[in-house]
Design a protein around this ligand. Structure first.
Ligand SMILES: C[S@@+](CC[C@H](N)C(=O)[O-])C[C@H]1O[C@@H](n2cnc3c(N)ncnc32)[C@H](O)[C@@H]1O
Length: 224
């Protein structure tokens, strides 16, 4: 299932409207996210943000660690937004438009860390697995990954506004996908390639009602 045309159209629309409200900020506004990003960071390191959106998280690494930054997204409008945000703080990132196939073109062991924020759970299980394999290949030994995903939905919340596609994959009426995996299922997906070193919950939104899960991963020794 590699059809993300509706996803691309959705995010192109969102980011086309965002460019006028961009602000140069030092924090994501959430301590658990800032600390997770700092955990994957290292001075003068090279970092990839796959499904970067506005690029706000990657920009934090650029500022905190003088990092060299590569941003990948399916949405050309997201990449334009990320470029504009980096320009606000007089920094730049290399941008690549596309999906997991772009990762296959990148050299092995060429990144110190990778951000996967609210992207793995927007993919099918098969594409999410392929993405993790590609990330393990391009990460240096001991490279680190920041993963953030939505909360696991139980019934009946799962049935509200979501259509079942296959297995754990659901689709919103907007066209966005939700890969609805519980903690054990995410840990099993990570475990052949990564150690899960830390796990956190972050409460988002005005009243903190929207919970996201953060997994901080380290590449396993001996993985290409
Ligand atoms: C929920 S947003 C997250 C943005 C950002 N990572 C964040 O956490 O703020 C999902 C992003 O992933 C991108 N995206 C969705 N499917 C993708 C795919 N198959 N390949 C690459 N990028 C994708 C979207 O265009 C969008 O920018």
């Amino acid at each position: 299932m590699d059809d993300y045309q509706k996803t691309k159209a959705y995010w192109d629309d969102v980011f086309a409207k965002m460019s006028s409200s961009l602000r140069d900020v030092d924090s994501t506004g959430y301590a658990a996210i800032d600390e997770g990003l700092d955990w994957i960071g290292c001075k003068d390191g090279r970092f990839l943000d796959f499904g970067c959106g506005s690029g706000m998280m990657l920009l934090r690494l650029a500022k905190q660690f003088n990092a060299e930054c590569v941003a990948v997204d399916l949405s050309g409008e997201a990449l334009k937004t990320a470029e504009a945000l980096f320009a606000l703080s007089e920094r730049c990132a290399t941008t690549r438009k596309g999906s997991v196939e772009i990762l296959g073109e990148m050299p092995e062991q060429s990144f110190d860390g990778v951000i996967l924020s609210n992207i793995l759970d927007n993919l099918s299980l098969e594409v999410a697995s392929r993405t993790l394999e590609a990330i393990a290949r391009i990460l240096k030994a001991d490279g680190r990954v920041f993963v953030k995903v939505n909360a696991y939905l139980e019934r009946p919340a799962l049935e509200e506004g979501l259509e079942h596609v296959e297995g754990p994959l659901y689709q919103e009426s907007s066209g966005l996908y939700l890969l609805n995996l519980d903690d054990d299922a995410w840990r099993s997906l990570f475990s052949p390639l990564f150690y899960c070193v830390h796990e956190h919950r972050v409460h988002l939104g005005a009243e903190g009602s929207h919970v996201n899960r953060i997994y901080l991963l380290k590449k396993k020794e001996g993985r290409a």
